[in-house]
Design a protein around this ligand. Structure first.
Ligand code: ATP
Length: 236
């Protein structure tokens, strides 16, 4: 459903992605691993149209979408959940969720159904629906960021470092929720992570980025066993 073909992305004159190709199939979870600065965020931002590609193409269900404006990508159903959550701190949990549906003209009933779906996945958000988002813990804010991403009923969800700064038990909960979204809604998911072990553990396929190059890709179960990957990304 998503095909990135040989893209090259620059910040000013500095090239950040070099001939990157990347694919996501229907129903798949694909992980994107690599060190700090490898280009994971840049790739996802280019898919959603925040960054431009100088060469190459991005196709989404057969339609060329590279360099289209981010709001068009949102209308196409492509949702990017940024690193660091970026919830609206003064707004309540419920208001943040409703913001996630801004691209839709939901009836009251549809909005309520969507919110209920998020609350089923994260009951803690329901308990805190009237609380200002900025006063919640990091884990709760990450749940909210994921929930807000689900509100528009996306066709492709991309998560940037959802485990960043969270306690291991919360990370487990987050990853379980991501699997649940994929299984229940059949939503294809891209997950960029420095926590390579976790990301590879829940994904069908993995791409390894190093300084802007895809240096390896394949089935996650196979890469998890690769001595090279173990040494570079899994601590031995
Ligand atoms: P991280 O996990 O730290 O977010 P990443 O793999 O997502 O890493 P990117 O954020 O995509 O990496 O960064 C790739 C490279 O591009 C880095 O060298 C970074 O310094 C550079 N870069 C990122 N954003 C900008 C920007 N707005 N202007 C200039 N250079 C940038």
């Amino acid at each position: 459903m998503l095909k990135v073909n040989n893209i090259n992305v620059y910040y000013g004159k500095v090239e950040t992605l070099f001939n990157v190709s990347f694919e996501v199939g229907d129903d798949e979870i694909v992980s994107l691993i690599g060190a700090n600065g490898a280009g994971k965020t840049t790739l996802m931002k280019t898919i959603v149209g925040i960054n431009r590609t100088a060469q190459g193409s991005i196709e989404y269900n057969g339609k060329a979408i590279h360099n289209q404006k981010p709001h068009k990508s949102i209308f196409d159903g492509i949702v990017y959940v940024p690193e660091g959550r970026e919830v609206f701190p003064q707004m309540t949990v419920l208001e943040n969720l409703e913001m996630g549906a801004f691209s839709k003209r939901y009836s009251k009933g549809e909005m309520a159904d969507r919110v209920a779906e998020v609350y089923d996945l994260f009951p803690r958000l329901k308990e805190r629906s009237k609380q200002a988002a900025g006063t919640m813990s990091g884990g709760e804010q990450q749940m909210l960021a994921i929930g807000r991403g689900m509100m528009s009923n996306p066709k492709l969800l991309m998560f940037d470092e959802p485990s960043l700064g969270l306690a291991p038990v919360i990370v487990d909960e987050m990853f379980r929720a991501i699997i649940h979204i994929n299984e229940m809604k059949k939503t294809p998911i891209v997950i960029a992570e420095q926590n390579a072990f976790m990301a590879m553990g829940i994904s069908n396929r993995t791409y390894v980025l190093e300084v802007g190059h895809v240096v390896n890709h394949g089935k996650s179960s196979v890469l998890l066993d690769s001595p090279e990957i173990k040494k570079a990304y899994l601590g031995g």
